[in-house]
Design a protein around this ligand. Sequence first.
Ligand code: HEC
Ligand code: HEC
Ligand code: HEC
Length: 500
Amino acid sequence: MIRRETAGLAALVLLSSTSLSAAEDSLAERGEYISNLAGCHTCHLGEDGTQWKGGTPLATPFGNLLGPNITQDKETGIGNWTRDDFEGALRRGVNEDGDYLYPAMPYTHYTKMTDDDIDALWAYFQTIEPVKFEVESNQLPFPFNIRTALLSWQTLYFEEARFEPDENQDEHWNRGAYLVNALAHCSACHTPRDILGGPIEEKALTGATLNGWYAPDISNGPDSVIRDWSVEDLAGFLANSEDNNHVALGEMALIVDELQEVDPEDVNAIATYLKNRTEDEGTRARKAPFIDPEDQAEGEAIFATNCASCHKDDGEGEPGVAASLVKSGTVIGRSPHNIIRVLLKGIAPNDEYGVMPSFKEQLSDEEIALVANYIRTAWGNEAAPNVNAPMVSQLRPYAEVSDTIELATVCPNPPSDVLNDDFRDRLATLATKRRLDEGAMTTLIDDYTAEFPEVDRGERTLTLTAIYCQNYVKRDDIDRSDVVSAQIDFQNMLVGLDRR
Ligand code: HEC
Ligand code: HEC
Ligand code: HEC
């Protein structure tokens, strides 16, 4: 499900760094790596997708901020900044004039960076082409728009610091601690905040709401969603590796998108640290939740009718068809917010899975609560069955179901995920064509048969048709009957041409 949007970036660095010496070159490369780990681009993106030019709105509890332009443009970017100014933004939360920055820029974490990493980032940002684009970051309403008020915020919540390794732990653990606490700012989203927006340090990583999502407890304490995950499970989820069947939603999808590009050793270090934080020792005991047996039976019945065809009776799902619901953070997070959201809104088909339908129309508030509580407590999931009908009703108005999701429910499930990116791309292209071309279809069948000789004709037809259909629904101006007939046309042609 993860799309990579920074493909142009590496090319840009290569192009613009030809004039630099080899040492500076590799320093800049390392800087690019650090910026991936630190997630800099998620907030400093242009709304048109241009890297670093800024303008992306970032919601805060107090209103919107826009990520500023940090290209080398001298007027609208940071082209006139010195190394010291740059360090000031990262370490001290001030801009080149000494004005305080809003903590939406995670300097509360970056302050712990090593000097080497700041040098590398500085070298990298020197290579960014200037883009002239004026951004007024501060869109907050009065009184939050007054920068000088940030002095008291910084006094309360911010202290310039350096990362201190723990001598009782090995290097790998300490690398993980550094990545989590200084660079990857996991806690920026997963740590609850108090009324002034300051992180509650005693509750670090124990879960927080943001932009309508709930970033669950990842502290490895009693309510943590990663309590029963191994280091490998967690690393697999973070790097979106092949055998991982947990999915990242909302803001977390952006993080996974970045971590996919990161050295697997570093991702493993993050997981190793999170699973072995010293703060969590002795807090792992916990009572199994109690669910009323009658509610459980009703929830199970709703699941069997509406969900099991994709997620299977054991909740494990199937590659290419549906994600696993067992120990999924979405399912077992302390707040059930994300499950309700997913059930009401659905999830559009993507590179990894077909559609997760919206159940907004099919299921009542009561039924959604019952099935949600069932999955929270089934198959060894040990979350509290705390969903109720009023909660669902409250979230209904926020669930607008996209046409793509609506239409994708017409598509069949692929019987297997025997497919690779090349075939996905070709099916996506075919789905944009007005007419199906016999030549292209014949080559598709020939190539597919050569690549996957073990797949029989029936399975081949259904797999290709399902993925074609999932791409066809992304077109504009189509309705259900278009999808049905496109799918039949495709399938008929396939069967007609495929004689093996
Ligand atoms: C979670 C979002 C977020 C992330 C991640 C982030 N920034 Fe920022 N950054 C901001 C916001 C918002 C501001 C503007 C704050 C303000 O106006 O007070 C900002 C300001 C800045 C500034 C000052 C720009 C100016 O014109 O005043 C610099 C430089 C900067 N960021 C660099 C970085 C670098 C380098 C990284 C990665 C190490 C990074 N940022 C990661 C949100 C982010
Ligand atoms: C047509 C197949 C299909 C059906 C039917 C279906 N799902 Fe899903 N579901 C999916 C897919 C596919 C995903 C993963 C989507 C993605 O992330 O791309 C998913 C994801 C989810 C998630 C999010 C999991 C996570 O870890 O984030 C939950 C929760 C969920 N489904 C619950 C249900 C429930 C409950 C039902 C029945 C009321 C149901 N689903 C019916 C296909 C289905
Ligand atoms: C920009 C906000 C943000 C940041 C930063 C962030 N997360 Fe998340 N995370 C979320 C949200 C929102 C969810 C809930 C949606 C989901 O389950 O994917 C989530 C879910 C998770 C889950 C549960 C996955 C599941 O089974 O559904 C794990 C584990 C996780 N994050 C780990 C991390 C780690 C480790 C980091 C730091 C490297 C991190 N997150 C940084 C927002 C964030």
